[in-house]
Design a binder for this molecule. Sequence first.
Ligand code: PLP
Length: 411
Amino acid sequence: MTTPTRESCVELDVKDPLAGFRDDFVIPDGVIYLDGNSLGVLPAHTASRIEHVVTQEWGQGLIRSWNDAGWFDKPRTLGDRVGALVGAGPGQVVVCDSTSINLFKALAAALTLRPDRHAVVGDRDNFPTDLYMMEGATGSHHERRLISADGPTLADVLDEQVAVVVLTQVDYRTGRMYDMAAVTAQVQAAGALMIWDLSHSVGAVPVDLDGCGADFAVGCSYKYLNGGPGAPAFIYVASRHQDAATQPLAGWHGHARPFEFTDSYEPAPGITRFLVGTPPLLSYAGLEASLEIWDRVDMAALRAKSLALTDLFIELVESRVPDHVEVVTPRDHAVRGSQVSLRHEDGYAPMAALIERGVIGDFRAPDLMRFGFTPLYVGYADVWDAVDVLADVLESGVWREARFATRNAVT
Ligand SMILES: *Cc1c(COP(=O)(O)O)cnc(C)c1O
């Protein structure tokens, strides 16, 4: 294999079947954005969509828009469209609340389906809110068992006491990916229920929730989906569980007949019972605008480019700065998401130096420089240019300058 050059990368961009999507997004001049795994970029027509919702649907339609503009059904209509991106048939996904809150609802519902079991399993390396929500939703009634990459393994902790297992498919730090079908089958064979967090999967890798027989799933829409800062999250509950599963946040939008205003809660049939209160419609408008792009995306083509971009990044990093960083993301395609993380003795300061030069990734404590690859708007020459800047930052030692040492509140 010949070493890539900038010219060969430009060549790949010319032949890229997804290249046209870049025009659907606003990329600031001078920026190579490798942080779409944390906050996706702005789609080109989001501002006009939100303006329409503000000036027309709200300004002119006023309260009539709950019916006329489909506001009341947005959690379900957008839910079906997000569901299509994660292999969920209609009627199993609603868009609502945050990932943290949806995880709480999924956990509480799953526990009601396994009342005789008193343990829950999580991953020590999971995103903290997932671990915290497990503590919050289970209290002292359940033993919390944590697996990790260094052991114990799932096989070590699964027994007839385990009610629920919560895992994030793609690890937010390392980019390591679980085999969803195999893990789901393993968990269910032990009689437990499986909750998948798809925050780093949706819009990043092909997912087949129905095909895997998953029980519950949750995820964000502001990362790879580009729904906008704080855009509403989603929750999936497999059809077979919907009638038996109840969740404790018994709000009126999850009621069977919300406009009868009765004095007692009765859960709606189907996925609607997982709704809580009034949806933030201005945020839904941002997600709806981005879904107009996602409705046109072929996930197999997206995955192929994602792997090509991450392969290219790894190869260039290893050929140019092997002595400065260690690639911690797996080489094996089967277990790699759409990000690459590099371990560096400092991590924070070199990332700050990269950001100053327009190459935006992020830092994850204690020592990881994290780069997300979003195939709809990142190209091969971008990868080449980003590694070029990285090599300069690391080799020149510029990152040691004092101004890069002060940590911001958000890293
Ligand atoms: C980003 C992320 C979240 C975020 O949860 P919020 O409630 O939106 O703050 C949760 N879980 C995982 C695994 C994430 O990566």
